[in-house]
Design a protein around this ligand. Sequence first.
Ligand SMILES: [Zn+2]
Ligand SMILES: [Zn+2]
Length: 280
Amino acid sequence: MRIDICGTRGSTPAPGRDFVRYGGHTSCLAFRSDEAPGPELVLDAGTGIREVTGLLADRAFRGTIALTHLHWDHMQGLPFFRAADTDGAEVRLLLPEPGGSLGAEAALERAMSPPTFPITPRQLRGRWTIAGLEPGQIQLGRLTLLAREIPHKGGRTFGYRVSDGRRAVAYLPDHCPTDLGPGPDGLGPYHEAAVELAAGADILMHDSFWLADELSPAEAFGHAAAEYAVGLAVYAGAGRVMLVHHRPDRTDAELDKLAASFAGSPVPVSVASDGEMICL
Ligand SMILES: [Zn+2]
Ligand SMILES: [Zn+2]
């Protein structure tokens, strides 16, 4: 399968000359299986989803968008995804079932409707279905999507694992393991859901909002330290780590330094950047 990294910034976009190389778009990954002509599964709809239109070469998007959760940096690109807001688009939008009396569509509409935004999700062109997802596994064409609930802050949040039956990628961009205790190193435990998602994955793409020396429970804001991502990969037997969800003020030079600091790690570690393409 092929993965296009379309947005890897956390919290809010980061434009400007200090952010050019790693990029400033918020969370978005596009997956396609070997024989697909373009992306068929998109994880998260941050501002990076605008780049997916270019990957489709003028075709309308027909596929699934699965959101990890409803924070702005994971959904604000939705109405700007031109290839999905067009006649001929067929979009299945999945998000963690909010529970209670609020349905999935109503939950999304809270963040995308007047007066905070000109239109509602229903007013997007094309054929859209919006549905809540419970933890579990679903088949999307040749790709399998596994969803597990993981601790974060403010709203139900999933981590995902995408597999084509041969290769697998785990994606946990917003994850606060310290919610479950200090774990072996004070960075949070390697809990069951995280381990299941990462187990034997070719790539673990994981929250790296904090560094261990910046992390304290009072400052956690629902995120993990980069060092936790590496520890989880080792614990769960993942092949390599790509650090994602960079702090919005983390400059290119600082991200270079972060990448260099993991040079001696037991698994290869890289810092994901917008526009990167991976074939597995
Ligand atoms: Zn986020
Ligand atoms: Zn979040």
